[in-house]
Write a protein that binds this ligand. Structure first.
Ligand SMILES: Cc1cc2nc3c(=O)[nH]c(=O)nc-3n(C[C@H](O)[C@H](O)[C@H](O)COP(=O)(O)OP(=O)(O)OC[C@H]3O[C@@H](n4cnc5c(N)ncnc54)[C@H](O)[C@@H]3O)c2cc1C
Length: 479
């Protein structure tokens, strides 16, 4: 077998499409779930939508002038991905229900032995990991057991009717701010438990009318719209990456938004973050704050200390009687990659290689793990633009690496350790002085050591430039 792609989300599908385009047809996409879509298959909570405008949160080679809104809902993004898989002929390469449980490099044959839950032995010349960064639901460590229905927002239990129920929502992150307004509309009572308030800015969401869609179908129009959105979003990186003081305007916008939407000063105080804006992801919403001003909604800022059979207890000892608990507590992000069972050259485990934190060259290749490519790997996540842009840059780079192998007849390539080290030292120096490290917050961007192995600390066009052509001298060729 040629190439094994793990995961059928935006990343894995993009890889598959571009492999086919480059003439590589010997590949499989191993997907543990029963369908494609990744994030957009798993997150079915009410109100789920992207928070980067759809013309940018989509593939550059498959612009969709038919988006229904500026920020399209989950089901539409999922259908878009399905359409892409069919149109580009990658559907026959999909293998559902196959979970990759380990990867082991064979030093002699220069192949990867891929173990899966099905027990079927798979060997691949190259492996592309598109397992996603926001994939494994994270639950808070709260003692006690709940007697009623309780679920995570990424595993929404649609069999539970929330109408007329007393609902506890734990967490106020990117997902919660989307589903809280919907739940508040139907629940009898909603207790929202907040640890840290997010900074929230207005969401410029609009329905894209039939007229707008007709205009977007004119030659060049969808591309122009995408480019305009790209550069607008890219200006946000100035504050993130050049100088956090430039974030003042963002802060003022968020403060005005809060002041406009919440009249009660006590509630406003609870909703005002005490850390630098941008330190955690800036969220967009027009209906979250209004939902919190409803009579049936109470914002609780005292930490949750215990879960009982039919209640949630906060640090003041107050017991909140509820029928359902929804966890909007995000994902296990920073450690997801290093938890993989991956054994590279000379039997070296990825955990040993990454004992000081996950790192890779350009976030794509890790020294000692030849022909293993990460999509959205270490330090390639974004706080200001669409990750699909990063995925496409990485996919082009992987194809370039494969072409080098074809050209030279080598069996594998392994990034030189000194190249990886120098790259990551520069990255760390940049990250240390930026908002994620000294903005006064803890966030999913940081791992347990407080090290940022998730975010790309620059403009995305810089990343695009750096990955545009692979540098053969950065690699040792094997076999
Ligand atoms: C609710 C939500 C909204 C978001 N909105 C935005 C947005 O607006 N803009 C933005 O840029 N980003 C957004 N993101 C981030 C989003 O995750 C990425 O944009 C993108 O979907 C990631 O694609 P992916 O293919 O890398 O990962 P995923 O979509 O997570 O796909 C990974 C796939 O790999 C499979 N998989 C994992 N492990 C294995 C294994 N061991 N074996 C086999 N298969 C495996 C999974 O089942 C999954 O299908 C959002 C995330 C969430 C959760």
């Amino acid at each position: 077998m040629g190439i094994a792609i793990i995961g059928a989300g935006f990343a894995g599908l993009c890889m598959a499409i571009k492999l086919k385009g480059a003439g590589y047809h010997d590949f499989v996409i191993l997907e543990k779930a029963a369908d494609l879509g990744g994030t957009w298959r798993d997150n079915t909570y009410p109100g789920c939508a992207c928070d980067v405008p759809s013309p940018m949160y989509s593939f550059s080679f498959e612009l969709n002038p038919g988006w229904s809104r500026m920020f399209s809902p989950q089901e539409e993004i999922r259908a878009y991905l399905r359409g892409c898989a069919e149109k580009y002929g990658v559907t026959p390469h999909l293998r559902f229900g196959v979970e990759v449980t380990g990867l082991e490099y064979d030093d002699e044959r220069h192949v990867w032995r891929v173990s899966t839950n099905t027990g079927e032995p798979i060997t691949a010349n190259a492996v592309v990991s598109g397992i996603g960064a926001l994939h494994i639901p994270s639950f808070p460590d709260i003692p006690g057991k709940f007697g009623g229905p309780a679920f995570h927002s990424a595993r929404w239990d649609h069999s539970v009717d929330l109408a007329g129920k007393r609902v506890a929502v734990i967490g106020t992150g990117a997902s919660a701010i989307q589903f809280v307004p919907r739940v508040a509309e139907v629940a009898a009572e909603l207790r929202l438990f907040q640890r840290t308030p997010p900074w929230i800015q207005p969401k410029p969401d609009v329905v894209l009318s039939e007229r707008a869609k007709r205009i977007l179908r004119l030659p060049g129009a969808a591309r122009t719209a995408r480019n305009a959105i790209y550069w607008l979003l890219e200006t946000r990186a100035l504050g993130f990456t050049v100088d956090p003081r430039l974030m003042k305007a963002h802060r003022r916008m968020a403060e005005r938004h809060l002041a406009r939407q919440v009249a009660d000063p006590a509630l406003r105080a609870k909703l005002t973050p005490d850390y630098t804006i941008g330190c955690k992801r800036i969220l967009l919403s027009d209906d979250y704050y209004p939902a919190l001003t409803r009579d049936n909604v109470e914002l609780v800022t005292d930490p949750v200390t215990e879960i009982r059979d039919h209640s949630v207890v906060d640090a003041t000892g107050r017991e909140h009687e509820v029928d359902v608990i929804v966890y909007g507590t995000g994902f296990k992000v920073a450690d997801a990659l290093s938890e993989q069972r991956i054994v590279g050259r000379n039997g070296r485990k990825i955990q040993e290689a990454w004992q000081d934190g996950a790192e890779a060259y350009l976030g794509i290749t890790a020294s000692g793990f030849p022909n293993l490519f990460f999509l959205l790997g270490p330090n390639t996540g974004l706080g200001h633009n669409s990750v699909v842009f990063m995925i496409e840059s990485q996919v082009r780079y992987v194809v370039d690496c494969l072409r080098l192998l074809s050209r030279t007849g080598a069996r594998a390539l392994d990034v030189r350790p000194e190249v990886q080290r120098a790259y990551n030292e520069r990255l760390r120096r940049r990250l240390d002085r930026l908002v994620w490290s000294d903005g006064g917050c803890t966030s999913w961007y940081l791992d347990e050591r407080g090290r940022n192995s998730t975010i790309w600390p620059g403009f995305t066009f810089e990343y695009w430039t750096r990955t545009r052509r692979m540098r053969p001298s950065a690699y040792e060729l094997l076999g």
